[in-house]
Design a protein around this ligand. Structure first.
Ligand SMILES: *[C@@H]1O[C@H](CO)[C@@H](O)[C@H](O)[C@H]1NC(C)=O
Ligand SMILES: *[C@@H]1O[C@H](CO)[C@@H](O)[C@H](O)[C@H]1NC(C)=O
Ligand SMILES: *[C@@H]1O[C@H](CO)[C@@H](O)[C@H](O)[C@H]1NC(C)=O
Length: 209
């Protein structure tokens, strides 16, 4: 009997001790490192750190790509910090596109909830995996690979993308190549594009140099 009680009480001690490490809500006052944000003091953690209504809202897609990605990563939803998960909402107006991009930090699982989206990724062997997705369809994009989503219907499309990282990152290839301040001549050499094309893309996407 005493033996059982001892086991129960030691389990209790273990579980109450573990409770302080249930989560590591991001302290957004600090810097984010590759390991994430440092933990906000538990005293200051509230349910609001784990909840967000920001993905309820259809984003304004009046922009050059006619599309918006609304993230709920650590920086927007501090409760996911350290948990290896996050989510984003994609809004694509007719003709909209999330241009070729990568998430260096995590794999993506896309769920289409409205409209029709053509999506694809390119493997390291340069093989294309592409599919037209309708409402309810899901597609996986392995970590780090170039991929895209475009509106393939005549109506606004909505999708939700979950990630295997609290901070998957987003690098849009065209912006990385042409919205930078590298000299055009260097961009020309490293992309095999001609001078006029590089200049045009830099002008459209906001690059200097
Ligand atoms: C909790 O938040 C308050 C207000 O931001 C701050 O002054 C206080 O230092 C925080 N407590 C801890 C333990 O971090
Ligand atoms: C969307 O953004 C555009 C450009 O910034 C703006 O002109 C327009 O009023 C916005 N539409 C809505 C519904 O907020
Ligand atoms: C690119 O073209 C512009 C004129 O369009 C010219 O002034 C510039 O010298 C060219 N740069 C290179 C690296 O050829």
């Amino acid at each position: 009997m005493i033996h059982i009680l001892l086991i129960i009480s030691s389990l209790f001690i273990i579980s109450t001790h573990a409770a302080v490490q249930d989560f590591c809500v991001a302290d957004l006052k600090g810097q984010e490192s590759p390991a994430g944000y440092s933990c906000k003091s538990t005293i200051n953690v509230t349910v609001e750190d784990f909840v967000s209504s920001s993905l309820n809202i259809a984003a304004n897609t009046s922009n050059i790509i006619k599309a918006v990605v609304t993230p709920a990563f650590s920086a927007q939803l501090p409760g996911v910090n350290g948990l290896g998960i996050s989510i984003a909402r994609l809004d694509l107006a007719p003709g909209g596109v999330i241009p070729m991009h990568t998430h260096p930090g995590g794999s993506e699982l896309l769920l289409v909830t409205q409209g029709v989206i053509k999506a694809g990724f390119i493997s390291s062997a340069n093989k294309v995996y592409m599919k037209t997705l309708k409402k309810g369809d899901i597609m996986v994009f392995p970590k780090g690979l170039l991929h895209f989503q475009l509106n393939a219907g005549g109506v606004p499309a909505v999708a939700f993308a979950s990630f295997s990282s609290a901070s998957p990152g987003l690098q849009i290839t065209d912006f990385a190549l042409f919205a930078n301040d590298l000299p055009s001549s260097l961009v020309e050499k490293t992309t095999f594009l001609d001078n006029a094309t590089v200049r045009k893309l830099k002008a459209v996407l906001g690059g200097t140099g």
